[in-house]
Design a protein around this ligand. Sequence first.
Ligand code: PEP
Ligand code: MN
Length: 337
Amino acid sequence: MIIVLKPNIGEKQLNEVVELAKKHGYEPKLIRGVERTILACVGDERTHDTLETFINLPAVESVTPIQKKYKLVSRDFKPKDSTFNIQGIKVGAPHFQVIAGPCSVEGYEQAKITASRVKELGAHFFRAGAFKPRTSPYDFQGLGKEGLKILRQIHEETKLPIVTEVMSPSEAELVAEFSDVLQIGTRNAQNYPLLIAAAQTGKPILLKRGFASTVTEWLLAAEYIASHGNDKIILCERGIRTFETSTRNTLDLSAVAVAKSETHLPIFVDPSHAAGRSDMVLPLAKASIAAGADGLMVEVHPNPSEAWSDDAQQLSFDQFQNFMEEIKPFLSAARRC
Ligand code: PEP
Ligand code: MN
């Protein structure tokens, strides 16, 4: 932490800052310039409130942190890309995985036919929501536990690992019992009790970026999971809220590139929720691979126009078949396996 002191401060005011720095465990080193005095403080800055405390002192002009607020998920902590196994499937660079499935579980038949088809076409995980975070309370809210049971059955029949969303800390254990990867959705990306409860199940977590979260906030949300003993974390960029209205959200590929340089965790992209329209899913997927994504998550439905949620963005089976073909040259150009 670098503390810049105001000009013309007296020794008493300077000492006040030095003493406070020591009290907080820092080793302050004084650098006296011609006009300004700077205090370079060596120590652990991760307790944010200490920085705020310094700004409050009358002698202090500015405080600049040096350390990142996140640690376990950072490349400083672990320079190499993280890879881990989910039921024998390797996640993390140079591996590349596709997660596919309908927005919601609507029933056994719909889930089974979709899982079988996406598996045939090369998807590695089956994803569908049993608990749905809908903007309107009047929209379909998901089949709940019934949906989870269907997902478990689908797993037994297809052997595809199941990804599904958990919305409440009190349901984390239940969702973990029936699934293989817990999804934290964009609306809950900064729900800290939920992040902790999900982490404590020990299941891998797919953490979507909050639609209004900065990359730092996203990584700090991942740090909540990691600091509660769970390092199997997949980050997922799914678009952010901007002024643009031609797509549902704006896919932020710069965040993928930034996050790749900041964290060792695998980063997936969900072009379905980013675009909100099926015709944009493929071009955004290609761009995501080029930007360094480690996997994709796409919504696929047997009959998108009759889907109970997110109908405009889901791919039909034919579209998904074309999608899987079209991304191949991009995957080989990015040296993905
Ligand atoms: C979903 O994956 O169906 C979903 C609701 O996603 P998001 O949290 O990104 O809106
Ligand atoms: Mn959806």
